[in-house]
Design a protein around this ligand. Structure first.
Ligand code: PLP
Length: 413
């Protein structure tokens, strides 16, 4: 008889098709290992934060690879807000939004997000990946055109794949190429330029002023993905559009609640009210996926409160970024990008990036090496991400470790 409770040993599905599938999967996995692109996951046994304990030992590790830009992932007020929301509103909605999955806290958070970005309205998703997957298909038809930076995030690329608009890809931040493509798309009904506000592999910031000027000249809309900007770029942390003075020129913003804004999960679109209304009717990841859990809503809502009260946290992160970038440059390293807490230490060689990252961990500094196919061949790097909750001492220890490890492996003379 079947009994509830204890889990039995895993059962392998029987049959020739299952056996064939297993063989094919094993061979594919072997190919990934052989190509040197296998991604392994380090297991963390503590909260997310500047100092971590890894499962199986490793305590006191200084963490430089989270998108926890403002250190809010483990902020006591953010955690308290999550617990209160959990207790008052329960674990989850067991529903999508339009059936019985909308609580007052979802509406409050949407209103707060729109206010933060100074937009008319906002809509929540389970992730920004979902927000990007939903928007293009809902907004664009075969009569329209979308122009996308070639280095846009995978979720923008996938979202664009799902829509039926005419697709154009312009060279990374190349305004001449964008202009040429904008001339080409004049024949279409509606034109949408889509770009990351800040690019996560290089820490570079899209030239939004120029993009908006071109968009105006060629009658196009501008969409930005602000996952690596919301909460900390610009004088009051509104993002790239605030930093570059084009808040009134960018029509649509997608961003995440899973990085600077508390780090739990969730994403959103904010922009004109009729667009948000349309997304509630048409956007498939919104219509056919569960509502954000109350605890997650509580985290993000409190993170936004903290940011709207003061920009001290964002300023502290900017000062730490400046400290790291200038000390690393003085030590002889090349750091890509400018003024962004994503600080890619450019090394070129994939093996060098990988052994240096390992050696950094031996010295208690957790950083990750990136190589092809995540970044172009010959442009391997170690990506360092600065957080407001790193102390000056953490930053200095990181620079010292880089200097030792760089000398040891010949990256510094
Ligand atoms: N867009 C960009 C630029 C990102 O870096 C990410 C996450 O890595 C996403 C979208 C997806 O965000 P989320 O984790 O909320 O799905």
């Amino acid at each position: 008889a079947l009994r509830g409770g204890g889990a039995g040993a895993p059962r392998a599905a029987s049959g020739a098709a299952a056996a064939q599938l297993r063989l094919r999967l094993e061979s594919e996995l072997e190919d990934i290992r052989g190509a040197g692109t296998w991604k392994s996951e380090r297991v963390i046994a503590s909260r997310q934060g500047p100092h971590l304990r890894l499962a199986g030992g490793g305590a006191g590790i200084i963490n430089f690879c989270a998108n926890n830009y403002l250190g809010l992932s483990s902020h006591p007020e953010v955690i308290r807000a999550a617990v209160e929301a959990l207790e008052k509103f329960g674990a989850g909605l067991s529903s999508v939004r339009f059936i019985c999955g909308t609580q007052s806290i979802h509406k409050d958070l949407e209103e707060k997000i729109a206010r933060f970005h100074q937009r008319e309205d906002a809509i929540l998703y389970a992730s920004c990946f979902d927000a990007n997957a939903g928007i293009f298909e809902a907004l664009l038809t075969p009569e329209d055109a979308v122009l996308s930076d070639e280095l846009n995030h995978a979720s923008i690329i996938d979202g664009i794949r799902l829509c039926k608009a005419n697709k154009y890809r312009y060279k990374h931040m190349d305004m001449q190429d964008l202009e040429a493509k904008l001339k080409e798309v004049q024949k279409h009904r509606l034109r949408l330029v889509a770009t990351d506000g800040a690019f996560s592999m290089d820490g570079d910031i899209a030239p939004l002023r120029e993009i908006c000027q071109l968009a105006q000249k060629y009658d196009a809309l501008v969409f930005i993905d602000e996952c690596h900007a919301t909460g900390f770029l610009g004088p009051s942390g509104r993002g790239t559009d605030e930093l570059l003075g084009v808040m009134d020129k960018v029509t649509i913003i997608n961003s995440t609640l899973g990085k600077a804004l508390g780090g739990a999960a969730g994403g959103y679109t904010t922009g004109p009210k009729p667009l948000i209304d349309l997304l509630r009717q048409r956007s498939r990841p919104y219509l056919f996926s569960n509502s954000l859990p109350p605890a997650v809503v509580g985290c993000a809502s409190k993170a936004l409160d903290l940011l709207m009260e003061s920009n001290a946290i964002a300023q502290s992160m900017a000062a730490k970024t400046q400290r790291f970038r200038s000390k690393m440059a003085a030590a002889g390293f090349t750091i890509s990008g400018k003024d962004h807490p994503i600080c890619p230490v450019m090394l070129g060689d994939a093996r060098l990036a990988s052994v240096m990252a390992e050696d950094m961990l031996n010295r208690g500094i957790y950083v990750i090496g990136f190589s092809y196919p995540v970044v172009p061949k010959g442009k391997a790097r170690i990506r360092v991400q600065i957080s407001a909750v790193h102390s000056d001492e953490d930053i200095d220890r990181c620079v010292e470790a880089f200097t030792e490890v760089g000398r040891k492996h010949g990256a510094l003379s």
